[in-house]
Structures are given as C-alpha cells and as structure tokens.
Write a protein that binds this ligand. Structure first.
Ligand SMILES: Cc1cc2nc3c(=O)[nH]c(=O)nc-3n(C[C@H](O)[C@H](O)[C@H](O)COP(=O)(O)O)c2cc1C
Length: 242
C-alpha cells in the first residue's frame, strides 16, 4: 500500500513539475515574442526616422543646388550683359577662319556674325592663280562683293574682332564691303587673319583707311589654322580683352 501511495505521489509530482515547466516555457515564449515585437517596432521607428532624416537632407541639398543654379544663371546673365559688347565677325570660304572665330567667341562668350556673300564662292572661284573670280576681285581694290543680310544691332557693340583669310596678301574685297556698311566711330576693331603661310602684312593697315579716324585699330594678327584654344586665349590676353 505504501508503495502504491509513494508511486501515486511521484506521478503527481512529475505532472505538477511538467505543467510548471510548460507554463514557464510558454511564459518565456511570450516574453521572447514581446521582446521581438518591441525590437521590430523600434527598428521600424528608427528606419522611419532615418528615412525622414534622409528625405530632409535630400530636400535641403536640392534647395542648395537650386540656389546655386539660380546664382550661376544670374552670373551667366551678368556675363552676357558684359560680353554682348564684343562681336566676332568673320568671312571664311573653307572653314579655317571660321574655326578660329568660333574659338574666340567661345573664350569671350561674345556674339558672332558671319559675312555671307550674296553670291557664294565656288571651288573654281577660289582656285588662285587661275584668274578666277577671287583672283580678279583681288586685282581690283574698288570691287565690293555684296553681302547677304547684316548686323541690325551694331550700335550695341564696342569691340569688333574681325577675321578673314589672306587673299594675295590682302583681305578679301568683301571685308571692304563690310567695313563701309556701318559707322564704327568710337569702336575698337581687332583684325586677325588665317593664311597658308603669309603674315598679316599690310592687309590690316589697308583696312583702316576705309573707316573713320575715330576707330581704334589694334595691330592685326595671323592665327595659324587649327591653333589651340590656349594659344588663342593667350593672344586675347595679350591684347587685353577679358
Ligand atoms: C584667292 C586666294 C588667294 C590666296 N592667297 C594667299 C596668300 O597670298 N598667302 C597665303 O599664305 N595664303 C593664301 N591663300 C590661302 C588662304 O589664305 C588660306 O587657305 C586661308 O586659311 C583660308 O581661309 P578660309 O578657310 O577661312 O577660307 C589664298 C586663298 C585664296 C582662295
């Protein structure tokens, strides 16, 4: 009987202990679940916080960029205001003088105008020492080939940078047409030329005689076809345009 009672007691002890164990486990599980949920909530909150912070930083960066951009636009407008006073004018049949003129324009942020002949020069016209059209024009200082179009706002410019190719040691006659078409009084003219090998020679000084004495002429300069931007910028620096 005693044995039976002690057996019954042992069984009930085991049952109680197992039940407690299970309740402890389930309590533990609840605690773990609660802790996990809390951690998840915290990480979500901190993620949200980080995102808000990121958004705010991006917004403030955007505002800074917009301000910088509008400031740089203003600066460009101000620069344009200064540089509209310079006009780069050029005549070019085969593109050499044009490239130099474009480079000068880019460096200075100036305006550009191409002298376009009403009657374009063909390859045959340009074949020199053939007594073709260009040869004939250069033989007669009074020829004035007509220009198509013109500069409407010449009054606005203070400085004209004038580029042309050398044709038999001189500027093509169409440059004379250009100089006689406007009143350059009080303006500065800066001539430059390109050529196969000849220097600027008397080409620039001969052009002076076509304008009023109040025009200030800067000494002409021959610029090598395909000259580097740096060397062109150096020349611009030498003559004191900035
Ligand atoms: C009719 C004519 C005459 C020329 N005479 C000379 C000259 O006397 N000396 C020289 O070095 N190059 C002479 N050239 C070559 C040009 O000056 C040279 O090719 C120039 O860079 C061309 O400029 P463009 O491409 O802008 O038209 C002559 C070209 C032509 C079409």
């Amino acid at each position: 009987m005693r044995k039976i009672i002690s057996l019954l007691l042992s069984f009930s002890m085991i049952f109680v202990l197992t039940a407690c164990g299970q309740s402890a486990i389930s309590e533990n599980q609840e605690e773990i679940q609660a802790a996990t949920q809390k951690t998840e909530e915290q990480s979500e909150t901190s993620q949200n916080g980080a995102e808000t912070e990121k958004q705010e930083t991006e917004e403030s960066l955007n505002t800074e960029r917009e301000t910088e951009l509008s400031e740089s636009i203003l600066t460009e407008e101000q620069e344009a205001d200064v540089n509209t006073k310079i006009l780069v004018v050029y005549f070019s049949c085969t593109g050499t003088t044009e490239l130099v003129a474009e480079c000068i324009t880019e460096i200075l942020g100036a305006d550009i105008y191409e002298i376009v002949p009403e009657n374009p020069y063909t390859e045959a016209d340009l074949a020199y020492y053939t007594n073709g059209r260009a040869d004939q024009e250069q033989n007669d200082p009074n020829v004035r080939p007509a220009i198509s179009g013109g500069v409407e706002n010449m009054d606005e410019y203070e400085t004209i940078i004038l580029g042309y190719p050398i044709w038999h040691g001189q500027a093509p006659r169409i440059i004379s047409t250009f100089l006689e078409s406007y009143d350059f009084s009080g303006k500065t003219i800066i001539p430059f030329c390109t050529s196969h090998s000849s220097g600027v020679g008397s080409s620039a000084s001969n052009l002076h005689t076509l304008c009023s004495e109040s025009v200030e002429w800067v000494d002409g300069k021959r610029i090598e076809g395909g000259a580097s931007k740096e060397s062109i910028a150096n020349w611009i620096g030498e003559i004191g345009i900035d």
